[in-house]
Design a protein around this ligand. Structure first.
Ligand code: FES
Length: 156
């Protein structure tokens, strides 16, 4: 049974079993590899995407529940040639070490600033509670979030 999900502004027909986690659908069927498989258990945040404005752990979300909703993945934030503000902020601040957690971090920060444009440091820290970085670059990630806030304000 095919379902249709809107990913980065485009309707995509999905033929995976509807119970398949959204993460697998994005990566394996749609070729969108921005969201990462970390734990597969809803504990690390590497798979974070945005669904209808909310940060969601795509490893724990059956694709069927996404039908008719709007999904934004890392690929929807910008391109290598034209990175979005959050992507630019992470590049400028060199926030990544191994980089595996960074897509999830970026999606969480994007969702936060979309929902709450005046979010402060405390909000950022609370939002990132669900995203783990095994390299321990949390301070650099916080700097990136601050820079993302500046870039988004400049663009507004
Ligand atoms: Fe989804 Fe870890 S892979 S939370």
């Amino acid at each position: 049974m095919a379902i249709t999900i809107n990913v980065n502004g485009t309707d995509r027909a999905v033929t995976s079993d509807p119970a398949t986690p959204l993460l697998y659908v994005l990566r394996d069927e749609l070729g969108l590899n921005g969201a990462k498989y970390g734990c597969g258990l809803g504990q690390c945040g590497a798979c974070t995407v945005i669904v209808d404005g909310q940060a969601v752990l795509s490893c724990s979300m059956p694709a069927l529940l996404i039908e008719g909703r709007r999904v934004t993945t890392l690929e929807g934030l910008g391109t290598a040639e034209r990175p979005g503000p959050v992507q630019r902020a992470f590049i400028e601040t060199q926030a990544a070490q191994c980089g595996f957690c960074i897509p999830g971090m970026m999606m969480r920060i994007e969702a936060l600033f979309r929902e709450k444009p005046d979010a402060g440091d405390g909000d950022v820290r609370n939002a990132l509670e669900y995203n783990l970085c095994r390299c321990g670059t949390h301070m650099r990630i916080l700097r990136a979030a601050k820079r993302a806030d500046e870039l988004m304000r400049e663009a507004a």
